[in-house]
Design a protein around this ligand. Structure first.
Ligand code: PRP
Ligand code: MN
Ligand code: MG
Length: 182
């Protein structure tokens, strides 16, 4: 029971599928930003895996920066009201910025973040998310680079947590019922 994998009901996206998709997205990003300076902005903590893999799959120079945000409001669902716990170290005005996220669920976090970063007047602002739940969307977000559309189920792994656990799984899956009843 120390084995993380024992808590899973099923694997939704394998490690191989994720890594193949990362390479595909990286190729597109390399082509789209050719000749431009790109700043990748990841949202802690979920996006750390995508950030690490995507940035290493790129052929061009990029800079990395991180933000930490917290949703106000009770419960586990994001409310759309966001507080900055850690802001960017960089001034992004005039820069090409690509937000890197693990998942677009309701879209509320990203919607807030896009509005916030836009006021800082970057040269361009786009989003790359490895997963999206089309059925959970409350705010339509224009996600330029998308990995997988997944069903509206609670998933963990590849950065996604349940009570801060399972982030370090290299794949994405759903949890077995016994995990919730403990
Ligand atoms: C999760 C996930 C996204 C966000 C998506 O982060 O990593 O950032 O929720 O939800 P939304 O589209 O409904 O706003 P969380 O707030 O759980 O923080 P974490 O990244 O530290 O796990
Ligand atoms: Mn997150
Ligand atoms: Mg979380």
């Amino acid at each position: 029971e120390k084995d993380l994998g024992n808590d899973l009901a099923k694997v939704l996206i394998t490690e191989e599928q994720i890594q193949a998709k990362i390479r595909e997205l990286a190729e597109q990003i390399d082509a789209d930003y050719a000749g431009k300076d790109l700043l990748l902005v990841a949202v802690l903590k979920g996006a750390v895996m995508v950030m690490a893999d995507l940035s290493r799959a790129l052929r061009s120079h990029v800079s990395l920066d991180f933000m930490a945000v917290s949703s106000y409001g009770s419960g586990t669902k994001s409310s759309g009201v966001v507080r900055i716990l850690k802001d960017l170290d960089t001034d992004i005005s005039g820069k090409h910025v690509l937000i890197v996220e693990d998942i677009v669920d309701s879209g509320l976090t990203l919607s807030w973040l896009i509005d916030n970063l836009r006021t800082r007047q970057p040269a361009s602002l786009e989003v790359c998310a490895i997963m999206r739940k089309p059925e959970a969307v409350k705010t339509e977000i224009d996600v330029r680079y998308i990995g997988f559309d997944i069903p509206n189920e609670f998933v963990v792994g590849y950065g996604l947590d349940y009570s801060e656990k399972y982030r370090n799984l290299p794949f994405v899956g759903t949890l077995a019922p016994h995990v919730y009843s403990n």
